[in-house]
Design a protein around this ligand. Structure first.
Ligand SMILES: C[S@@+](CC[C@H](N)C(=O)[O-])C[C@H]1O[C@@H](n2cnc3c(N)ncnc32)[C@H](O)[C@@H]1O
Length: 212
C-alpha cells in the first residue's frame, strides 16, 4: 500500500539509490532523522542539486532553512562566486543550520536571514536563478507572488510538499491542504510560469519562468 503518495517499496527503492553526498552531509541527514527534523532527504536533495546545476545557479533563495540539509545540497551546486540566501524564522534553528553549513564546508557561500519569510522577503531583491520554498504550508499562498517576482526568466521555482500525502486530491480540507491547493492552482494558471508536479516523496513542484 502507498505510505504517502508512492508505494512504500518504490520509495525505498528510490531512497536506496539516492546519492547521499559525503560524510559531513550524511551526518546532517542522520541528525535530521534522529531528531525528527522534516528535511527533504537524499533523493529530493539530489534533485535540488541537479536543478540548481542545470540553471548554472549563482543566486539561490531558500525559504525554510531548518538544519541546513537542503541548503547544503543547493549551496554545493552553485557556480563559483555563487551565494545561497536562506530564510528561517527560528533563531535557534538558524544557529544549528549555521554550524552545519560550517561542517559541510559551504558556510562562506550561505547567508542566513532570520525572520518570517513573508516579512523578510520584502527586503530581499531578486533576481534569483532558483527559489526553493519549504516553509509552513499555510504560508504558501502569501509567498507565491514574491517568489515568482524574484525568479529570473529561465530560472526555477521549486516547492516541496505540494501533494501533502495526497490530501490535495482528496476531500480533506485542513487549512494546510487548502493553502497548498490554492498555491498549486495559482501557480498552474500563472502565465509567467510553466509548472509540473513530480510525485517524489511528498510531491515536488518544479516551475520554470518563461517571461516576466
Ligand atoms: C520543512 S522545514 C525545512 C527543511 C529544509 N528545507 C531541509 O530539507 O533541510 C521548514 C523550516 O522552515 C521554517 N519555517 C516555517 N515557516 C516559516 C516562515 N514562514 N518563515 C521562515 N521560516 C519558516 C521552520 O522553522 C523549519 O525550520
Amino acid at each position: 500500500m502507498p505510505r504517502g503518495i508512492v508505494y512504500e517499496e518504490i520509495d525505498e527503492y528510490i531512497d536506496g539509490l539516492a546519492n547521499r553526498g559525503d560524510a559531513a552531509l550524511m551526518a546532517v541527514e542522520k541528525q535530521g532523522m534522529d531528531e525528527g527534523w522534516p528535511i527533504v532527504g537524499p533523493a529530493e536533495g539530489s534533485l535540488l542539486h541537479i536543478l540548481a546545476r542545470s540553471v548554472r545557479a549563482k543566486r539561490v533563495l531558500e525559504l525554510g532553512t531548518a538544519i541546513g540539509y537542503s541548503g547544503t545540497w543547493l549551496a554545493r551546486a552553485l557556480v563559483d562566486g555563487g551565494e545561497l540566501t536562506t530564510v528561517e524564522h527560528s533563531a535557534d534553528t538558524a544557529a544549528i543550520a549555521r554550524r552545519n553549513f560550517e561542517k559541510t564546508g559551504v558556510a562562506s557561500k550561505v547567508k542566513i536571514l532570520v525572520g518570517n519569510a513573508q516579512t523578510v522577503l520584502r527586503d530581499v531583491k531578486g533576481p534569483f536563478d532558483l527559489v526553493f520554498n519549504d516553509i509552513d504550508k499555510a504560508g504558501y499562498p502569501e509567498v507565491l507572488e514574491p517568489c515568482v517576482e524574484r525568479v529570473r526568466v529561465g530560472g526555477l521555482l521549486v516547492t516541496d510538499n505540494v501533494l501533502w500525502r495526497g490530501d490535495v486530491a482528496r476531500k480533506s480540507r485542513s487549512a494546510e491542504t487548502a493553502a497548498i491547493r490554492t498555491y498549486n492552482e495559482r501557480l498552474a494558471k500563472d502565465p509567467r510560469m510553466i509548472a509540473a508536479i513530480v510525485p517524489l516523496r511528498d510531491g515536488v513542484s518544479i516551475a520554470s519562468k518563461i517571461h516576466d
